[in-house]
Design a protein around this ligand. Structure first.
Ligand code: MN
Length: 135
């Protein structure tokens, strides 16, 4: 079973996304505060991170930066989930932190497809890096 860490400070959104992912067979760990994100990711070692951008106390960008700055965690793909437009994120040059971007309100089938693709891609990349000794 694949594990996803969901960083989302809105409880209703978090519950909605968690229930959807659980229904699709994923194990989900919800983090309400971006400040706890890196610690939880380190502990849970998920296959994927879903990151809200506007978070209480910090931003999803800061939390993603922290995770990508950790050599033991940087291989885990992060998908931004935000009401910000994709253009706005690209303007800020965030593609080095985020593999993909999902716009809120989420559209369920696109959402699940994006997640499945990201997990598959990261598994393959990780295998290649392991073979070439980069991981
Ligand atoms: Mn938020």
């Amino acid at each position: 079973m694949h594990k996803i860490v969901l960083v989302e400070d809105n409880e209703i959104n978090a519950k909605l996304i968690r229930d959807l992912l659980k229904f699709k067979g994923y194990e989900v760990v919800v983090v309400i505060s971006g400040l706890d994100a890196r610690g939880v990711v380190e502990q849970e070692q998920p296959d994927l991170i879903l990151m809200d951008i506007q978070l209480f106390g910090t931003s999803g960008v800061e939390a993603a930066k922290e995770i990508k700055g950790d050599k033991n965690l940087k291989h885990i793909p992060i998908i931004a989930v935000s009401a910000f437009s994709k253009e706005k994120l690209e303007e800020k040059n965030l593609s080095s932190y985020f593999l993909e971007y999902i716009e809120k309100p989420i559209e369920f089938s696109t959402f699940i497809q994006t997640i499945e693709k990201a997990i598959e891609l990261s598994k393959n990349n990780y295998k290649i890096k392991k073979l070439t000794g980069e991981a």
